[in-house]
Structures are given as C-alpha cells and as structure tokens.
Design a binder for this molecule. Structure first.
Ligand code: PLP
Length: 461
C-alpha cells in the first residue's frame, strides 16, 4: 500500500532520561484539598496535583547539558566565571551590552523601575503584567495600556494581538509630553493577552517613533523566543529566518530589558536586567547590591548562571520552539473540538479559557475564572490558574479593576508533559464544560494587600 501523507508533525527534539513519579488522587480527596486551599489553586500542595499547569515559570525540565553545566558552576563571591559565561551568552544571543543578574524577573523590574521612573511619570505598555506594573507603580509611575483593542477581544484572531496601538501612544505623548515618559514597557509574547506576539513591523514603527521623541523601549523579554517563533510563522519576510536571527533583531530595536529566565530560558530560577546605557548600568550595579547581591551573581548561584547560559542557546533552537508551541497548539485544537471557549489565536505558552463565555451565568464579582480553575482541579487534578478580576487587583483608590478578559490559564511547562497528558487535560475541560450550568460561583473571604491572587481565599456561594 502506498502512503500519501505528506506531513511531518512536530515532535520533541529530545528523549527522556529520568522521570518524576506522580501521586494519583480521587475526586473525594481533591474536593477536600481545594476546600482547604480556599478555592485558590495557588494554595494547593503540589503533591496533590496530577498535571500542574499553574505556570510555565520555573517549571521547565532542564537538559542533560544544563545539568552538566550545573556541575561547573563557579561559586566565587566575586568575579565568578559563570557570570562571565552568562554575560557572554546574553551579549551573543540578545545583543545587549551590559547585564545585571537577578534572582528572578521581578527583581530586575524593581531595580530598573527605581532607576528610570520619577514620581508622576507615565509608563505606556502593551498590556500590564502583575509584577511589572506593581514595580512601576511603587516607583511612582502610572501605567497606561497601549496594546491594540483586539488584544482585549478573546475571539478576535488577529495574528499579532500583542502589538502596540501607536495612536494610543501619540495621544499620551501629546497629553503629557515625552519628558514624562521614561520608556515604553514592551513585552514580547504578551502573557496576559494569552501569549500573543508583537510583529516586527509594529516594533519597527514603535522604534522609529520613540527614537524621534527620545523615549526608551524597555523590553520584557521573558517570552521573546516564543514571540520570534510566531514572527517566523506569520510575518512576511521572516519564514526563512531562524529564531536566533529574529530574537537578535527584536532585541536590537530596544534599549534594555528585564528577563525572567524561569520561562523561555529553560531554567528553574533566575533572571537579569540588561541595558545598552552605561549610566543605567552603573546605577543598577549599585542597587543590585542592596537588594540581591554583588553584581556578578545578583542573587544567583554560579551553577544557576551556567544553566541559564546553556538554556538561552537551547531556547533559540528552531526545533525546540516548534515542539514547544506545537504542543500548546495541539492542546488548544483538542479543546476547540470539544467546544470549550478559548482565546484565539492559540498563544505560545498556554491555553486561555474564556471563563465569561464558559460560565455566563456568573457575574464577574462571583469570580468565574477562579471558580472554573477550582472545578478543573476537582475533575482531574489538573491545576490551572485565574487570570481575571482576582489577578487584576485594586486601583490606588481601592476600587477593583474590572478587566475585560476573565480567563483561566492552562500554562504548559517546557519539556515536561506528554501528548497523552494533553489529551487528559482536554477531556477534563470537556467534562467540566458539559456540566457548566450547575456550577456555582465563589465569594472572597480573605484578601491580601498586594498581588492578591497568590493568597486570597474563597468560599462556595
Ligand atoms: C514571569 C514574568 C515576570 C516576572 O518574573 P519572575 O521571574 O516571576 O519574577 C515578568 N514579566 C512577565 C511577562 C512574566 O511572565
């Protein structure tokens, strides 16, 4: 028989050498566990979780090469060899001149915000990110969302929903003056929009305009490799370019960056700040000593810096990224087949289920996304997380933000789960969807002051 399938599916460019055994739980055990956790999936014990999709942050599987590099970590307090390896990797692959390592992304945000933001400054950004905006606000800045409107529409399948709406930026500059805007906070593969990319064309326009007005672009490059993959797949003129080339080009259009290496860079902890400006670097090098540690380790062990340096290179491999995003897309398509409402197009690091469409009988004050995340856990032990009204928090005046998007994030750790796991997740989402009409909402019974989604507690209505 002749086969005529002319197709090469994505598949993992690696094989397994070690596995981690998981505990299988019963529905009764899970009901008890989620109740005890105040219906907040962040408060579950991970041993009670079967498939952990809470986050793709620090949950990566490291490669044999990374573990090998771990053993070569130079744990010198000052001038560690591992620091110079990390610096060289960042300069080679991202092109930034000066770097300061930090223990994770938010520490880089803290330092950079303190240096660049003065009280009353406006910080335009392509959608907020929780820790990024909080550090901007704590430094006295006021965040202004300048992402295109399409990003707020879950069903709009614009290929570059992470794009900046330049008209929104022009308006801010006109209103406040460029001197009030120290930088544009530009995230690649925008997390809270559902892992949606920025196009190179948009970034080039943004660069031209900001250069003219002497406004920096600070790049939240946590998911830059995934963004580059989408540019390669979707943007004219980029299909023959490698992810390495595209990432380098993106970085070259910006002035500095903060990075959580716990995402694209394939490690479990780490981050850094990068800048092309000597003055900013000087100050950052000073501040990092206050908050993190000496500027040649910044809160990281030498072995962590080794693993990041190797992880950066691995993350820019075309086959890695194709399998990474391919797995996410596989899950998304399975869920769509079952009619589960998800954000489109499918993003780079996870599936975002539209909780407003899933549970239309709940008001936003009944926390539809928080509710749905709890139901998913009860059904199958799959742990997801809320990205809606709870995550959005409160404004400075105490009022709740009411974000347009009320989502449950199914985040896929890199190189961790199999295609069979993806099937279990999709089937579970379908089960919960089948009985959606009987699902009741939640009320919040404990609310922490900062980043409440991490520790808030709820009860069933
Ligand atoms: C995770 C993340 C951060 C913060 O990094 P941490 O390492 O968690 O401190 C900042 N921005 C984006 C887009 C992120 O996804």
């Amino acid at each position: 028989m002749k086969h005529t399938i002319n197709k090469h599916s994505w598949a993992e460019p690696y094989k397994m050498k070690m596995v981690e055994l998981l505990k299988m739980t019963t529905r009764q055990q899970r009901i008890k566990a989620i109740k005890k956790a105040g219906y907040n999936t962040f408060l579950l014990k991970s041993e009670d979780v079967y498939i952990d999709l809470l986050t793709d942050s620090g949950t990566n599987s490291m490669s044999d090469r990374q573990w090998g590099a771990f053993m070569t970590g130079d744990e010198a307090y000052a001038g560690s060899k591992s620091y110079y390896k990390l610096e060289a990797a960042i300069q080679k692959y991202y092109g930034y001149k000066y770097i300061v390592p930090t223990h994770q992304g938010r520490a880089a945000e803290n330092i950079l915000s303190k240096i660049l933001i003065k009280k009353g400054d406006i910080i335009p950004g392509n959608m907020y990110f929780t820790t990024t905006r909080l550090h901007q606000e704590l430094a006295g800045g006021i965040f202004a969302d300048i992402i295109i409107d399409e990003a707020h529409e879950p069903l709009n399948d614009h290929p570059f929903k992470g794009n900046v709406d330049l008209a929104k930026l022009y308006k801010l500059v006109k209103e406040h003056g460029a001197s009030k805007i120290p930088y544009v906070s530009l995230a690649t593969n925008v997390n809270l929009a559902g892992g949606q990319p920025v196009s190179m064309a948009n970034l080039k326009e943004l660069r031209a305009y900001t250069s003219q007005h002497k406004i920096r672009i600070i790049h939240d490059m946590t998911r830059v490799a995934e963004n580059a993959y989408f540019i390669q797949q979707r943007e004219e003129g980029y299909d023959k370019k490698t992810i390495k080339e595209i990432v380098f080009e993106i970085c070259s259009l910006t002035d500095g960056a903060t990075m959580s290496a716990k995402k694209d860079a394939l490690v479990n902890i780490g981050g850094f700040m990068a800048t092309n400006e000597w003055d900013v670097f000087e100050e950052a090098r000073n501040l990092v000593v206050v908050y993190e540690g000496l500027h040649t380790y910044g809160g990281l062990a030498g072995r962590d810096m080794e693993a990041i340096a190797v992880g950066i290179a691995e993350s820019l491999d075309d086959n890695h990224q194709r399998a990474r995003v391919g797995q996410v897309e596989y899950l998304g398509h399975r869920m769509m087949e079952y009619g589960v409402p998800i954000v489109k197009p499918i993003g780079g690091h996870g599936i975002f289920v539209d909780a407003k469409a899933f549970l239309p009988h709940l008001t936003q004050d009944q926390f539809p996304a928080q509710t749905l995340a709890a139901e998913m856990y009860i059904d199958s032990g799959v742990r997801t997380m809320e990205r809606g009204i709870v995550s959005a928090g409160r404004k400075a005046n105490g009022e709740n933000y009411y974000p347009q998007l009320e989502l449950v994030r199914f985040t896929i750790p890199r190189r961790v789960y199999t295609q069979a796991h993806m099937d279990v997740i999709a089937e579970s989402a379908a089960n919960v969807y089948d009985k959606r009409k009987s699902i009741k909402g939640l009320k919040m019974v404990y609310e922490p002051k900062y980043l409440r989604f991490f520790q808030a507690k709820f009860q069933k209505m």
